[in-house]
Ligand binder design. Sequence first.
Ligand code: DGI
Ligand code: FE
Ligand code: FE
Ligand code: FE
Length: 189
Amino acid sequence: KYDINKIRKKLKRTLHTKRYIHSIGVSTTAVCLAMKYGYDLHEAEVAGLVHDCAKNYSDSKKIALCKKNSIVMSPSEQTSPDLLHAKVGAVVAQSKYDIDNRDILNAVKYHTTGRPDMSLLEKIIYIADFIEPNRTQPNLKEYRNLAFLDLEVCLLRILRDTITYLEKNNKEIDNLTKEAYNYYNNLIN
Ligand code: DGI
Ligand code: FE
Ligand code: FE
Ligand code: FE
């Protein structure tokens, strides 16, 4: 078992208040989804807590950690280094939060883009990140409902809306985001 209090204390020291509160929200939401879909509650709680543990690192620190850990930066990560907080977060969760559970580390790693054929925990964290109680984007009621009705339909919906948002704002869409969308679109439709 991981020490939840210790993780919280460390996060509180590293994250801005708003980000810390968001992380608690993702954690409790992940536990709710884990109850619904049958995943280990403690592991879901830990994954939710640490998913953004590298979010408030500077771009230069994230890039340096990528180099140090031989993480390959995708073209969109080079243009938008904020995206790196996911991959770097997985490394930080392992080295600074002593998390050795591969599924938790992957849930952190893929929480921003998603990927094809995600594990249950990866889907839970991806969705919890979007619907947690402190979020304020439009139509949240609908997403929250959908999350507890059909996890994969909800996932596809978020992926689709993210891509639409990125296209509208002329942002580069990461290959993994596209691959995840295509995978679940083929699976469901
Ligand atoms: O870290 P959070 O804000 O809690 O949430 P997140 O890690 O899911 O990051 C959300 C941001 O990431 C949101 O502004 C959209 C952006 N994003 C997601 N997929 C892509 C992307 N940005 C680019 N450029 N390309 C993507 O494929
Ligand atoms: Fe994030
Ligand atoms: Fe997200
Ligand atoms: Fe987040």
